[in-house]
Design a protein around this ligand. Structure first.
Ligand code: OFO
Length: 165
């Protein structure tokens, strides 16, 4: 495996792991704040990111590359309210998309069409996750500070998410 690509894929493994831990922290925040629907949403997101990480680890190993598991920074675990929680979600997803674009760019530079092809799955996934994050944030912006609105958002988040996907 081309060294530059291997470095980027190992970075990506770290970003997916960091996203998993970040969403776990967000799930826990929501759980504590009494938003059980939002908590379930982020527990599930955390599991998804872990699966994305493992998929990359397996791919690098299958291709004869060397996987490096990096230490992670402590995730952000304090949020002012639901809006700031979902703003952070969107910000995290945008960051991951940018990193995936870097991998894709590098694959094209090195004509590594195998990794390029593998990464298309992540491109599609990011598109969907960013769209989910934007839809949920739009809804929260409409709700504003209304407590009843937050209650209903928490109750309906799984249904809203299913509608986006
Ligand atoms: Fe790994 O899917 Fe988003 O970040």
């Amino acid at each position: 495996m081309i060294t530059e690509i291997q470095i980027l894929l190992n970075d990506q493994i770290k970003y997916e792991a960091a996203a998993s831990m970040q969403y776990l922290a967000m799930a826990s925040w929501a759980d504590n704040a009494g938003f059980s629907g939002v908590a379930e949403f982020f527990y599930a997101q955390s599991e998804e990111e872990k699966a994305h990480m493992t998929k990359l680890v397996k791919f690098v190993n299958e291709r004869g590359g060397i996987v490096t598991i990096s230490a992670l920074e402590k995730p952000v675990d304090e949020f002012k309210n639901l809006n700031s929680l979902f703003e952070y979600f969107l910000k995290s997803e945008i960051f991951v998309t940018e990193q995936i674009n870097k991998v894709i760019y590098e694959c094209l530079q090195h004509k590594d069409y195998n990794v390029h092809n593998f990464m298309q799955w992540y491109v599609t996934e990011q598109l969907q996750e960013e769209s989910t994050a934007r839809t949920l944030l739009d809804k929260l912006n409409i709700i504003g500070d209304d407590k009843t609105g937050h209650y209903l958002f928490d109750r309906d988040i799984i249904a809203i998410t299913a509608a986006v996907e």
